[in-house]
Design a protein around this ligand. Structure first.
Ligand code: NDP
Length: 481
């Protein structure tokens, strides 16, 4: 059987006193056994990162950027191999992984490798004296990842963190531990000194031990809202900085002047890409009454044509859910949809002709805001469609949720598009598209869906602290003799 490894101080470490299995969502087979980090290994990872970070921070941003840009090129060279490994671990279709997951990580490394040399502080004129500000790194940061985009999440955290002069300790989800350690040798070949990027495996207890450790300065978590609350509480003991990318129940609003074809395409991407296992998905689809039936008709026809099957087959559009347990939770959610009175238009069941955790793309229509399926994140291929009449009504209904990750608006009236988006309580919004996440654009949430931003210039703020320096050019004016 394959054994996976931690990546610590530039080396693979597979020895451990306990292991867990990484299971294929398709075959149920064990893909690899994975070592669990014990207390000694965590100490080794943190002290190695601390030692490496000081010298790394002392390099010029240009020098650090060069390493990240080289890592981006190397990552692209490994795209196919890593995409296949990601597919094995997550069950997502190869037609997605080979053009999104790894390449988005490479884009992120290239972006921060490019912009970091342009980061500058301010000079503040104080008359006879002056002050200036410097953006300085925090030290050793911790990244904790979810299972839906494992390597992309690792890169989205590593790139701004390292560019700013920090070290990163990354703990992948136990469900998908295989690709993050593969970044280690890529960084090493690119010239990143050992210790700056460490990968440690383990469960929530390992994550908690890291969050509580005094050697960690900041935590960036991608995960569920409840995990965010626990991590925030644990980080409060030492007042660590936190960045959270958490769950959502985002609205996608389709006005009756929208291009119907585009609106349907975006709704499908917003619900069925990666089998619906995407935090920012537009799972509450509000459709203006005049185009409601036409929208549903085209949506249903196109959804029923989606190809479910072997994730490694390039024709497959819907892969396997992450696990049998998760499939059960998605199926239970669909049960609640039916018993709660929503109209099941298509799907709602596992794809029983296939071995593995495959679930049919599902559409519920005539949904009402109070229904369980309209209020809770399902994290599977389940779309809830509901009619609306007026702009004011739909804004109020869209905002009526504790979540605030993302939102979309489809309309040919761009003034309305901007007006509505400005009124929506969501950190990431799209007009006439959905789920497009270029690295240049900050990504993050309002309300309980998270705090802080990934990507864009804003992520650098999350990995740095500002130092103000006052410079005296004259004598000290002393009130004392
Ligand atoms: P979880 O919150 O269950 O886990 C996320 C990570 O946190 C895992 O590595 C997990 O370890 C770890 N963890 C769990 N409990 C603790 C703890 N007490 N202290 C420290 N670490 C802990 O999320 P999932 O992996 O199930 O991912 C799905 C969720 O992630 C969904 O809600 C989704 O919306 C959200 N998500 C948000 C994104 C965003 O950008 N906003 C993007 C992707 C997903 P282990 O798995 O080993 O238990």
């Amino acid at each position: 059987m394959n054994t996976s490894h931690h990546w610590i101080n530039g080396q693979k470490i597979s020895e451990a006193t306990s292991y867990f299995d990484s299971i294929s969502p398709v075959t149920g087979d064990v893909l690899a056994r994975v070592p669990v980090a014990d207390k000694n290994l965590l100490e080794k990872a943190i002290s190695g990162a601390q030692q490496a970070q000081t010298a790394w921070a002392a390099l010029s941003p240009m020098e650090r950027g060069r390493v990240l840009r080289k890592a981006a090129d190397l990552l692209r060279e490994h795209n196919q191999r890593l995409a296949e490994l990601e597919v094995a671990d997550t069950g997502k279709p190869i037609q997605e992984a080979d053009c999104v997951d790894i390449l988005s990580g490479a884009d992120c490394l290239e972006y921060y490798g490019s912009i970091i040399a342009g980061d500058r502080g301010a000079q503040i004129d104080l008359g006879n004296n002056f002050a200036y500000t410097r953006r300085e790194p925090l030290g050793v940061c911790l990244g904790i990842g979810a299972w839906n985009y494992p390597l992309q999440i690792a890169c989205w955290k590593a790139a701004p963190c390292l560019a700013a002069g920090n070290a990163l300790i990354f703990k992948p989800s136990e469900m998908t531990p295989l690709t993050a350690p593969e970044l280690g040798p890529i960084f090493k070949e690119a010239g990143l000194p050992d210790g700056l990027f460490q990968v440690v495996h383990g469960d929530a207890e390992v994550g908690k031990a890291l969050v509580e450790h005094n050697g960690i300065c900041k935590v960036s978590l991608t995960g569920e809202v409840n995990t965010g609350k626990k991590v925030m509480a644990a980080a409060a003991g030492s007042l660590k900085k936190v960045t959270f990318e958490l769950g959502g129940k985002s609205p996608l609003i389709i006005f009756d002047d929208a291009d119907l074809n585009n609106a349907v395409s975006a709704s499908m991407v917003a619900n069925f890409y990666t089998q619906g296992e995407i935090c920012s998905n537009g799972t509450r689809v509000f459709v203006q009454r005049d185009c409601y039936n036409a929208f549903l008709e085209q949506l249903t026809k196109r959804t029923e044509k989606l190809v479910i099957g072997d994730p490694m087959d390039p024709a497959t559009q819907i892969g396997a859910l992450i696990s049998e347990d998760h499939l059960t939770s998605v199926a239970n959610a669909c049960e609640k949809g039916v018993t709660g009175g929503a109209r099941l238009v298509t799907g709602g069941k596992r794809a029983s002709d296939l071995k593995g955790a495959f679930f049919q793309p599902t559409i519920f229509a005539d949904c009402e805001d109070g229904m369980w399926i309209m209020q809770n994140e399902i994290f599977g291929p389940v779309m809830c469609v509901t009619p609306f009449d007026t702009e004011d009504e739909v804004i109020a209904r869209a905002n009526d949720t504790p979540y605030g990750l993302a939102a979309g608006v489809f309309t040919r009236d761009l003034a309305r598009g901007h007006r509505v988006v400005h009124a929506l309580q969501a950190g990431t919004c799209w007009i006439n598209n959905y789920n497009i996440t270029p690295i240049e654009m900050p990504f993050g949430a309002y309300k309980q869906s998270g705090m802080g931003r990934e990507n864009g210039w804003e992520a650098l703020e999350a990995y740095t602290q500002v130092k103000s320096v006052y410079v005296e050019l004259g004598d000290v004016e002393s009130p004392y003799e």
